[in-house]
Design a protein around this ligand. Sequence first.
Ligand code: ZN
Length: 160
Amino acid sequence: MALRNLVLEDDPLIRKTCRPVDEITPRIIKLLDDMADTMYFEGRGIGIAAPQVGVLRRIFIVDVGDEHGLIEFINPEILETSGSQIDGEGCLSVPGKTCEVERPEYVKIKALNRNGEEFVLEAEELLARCICHENDHLDGILFIDKSVDGKIYKADSAED
Ligand code: ZN
């Protein structure tokens, strides 16, 4: 088990655009494992993106506690979205803050898994929200940029 240090919202790294992964090396596999350890640490998160641990690569993982369990996305690309949902979000890189964010109700996304195999996933509700939140991190976008009412509130519970 290896925890990585979290990059927080005031660090310029969290605002960078991430580069695609060219080759899935042992270093990338270790990164995926460490990201999961970091996300699950004290049960804090339901998703984490590589830039949140200081690696500017297009990788994120999610586990919203549904039947999918842990899902790893390398070089993800959102193919389709539809509908709309508004709910509160949080983020491991933005501790103690929450706000309401509008997201698609449905997303279709393709990515590579850790074996370099392409997969397509259709997600709804919380999983769709989480995927959009994490995918935004790869372009330096934070959920607080998208507050529906422009307000940021104090949070005390689940973060992703
Ligand atoms: Zn986040």
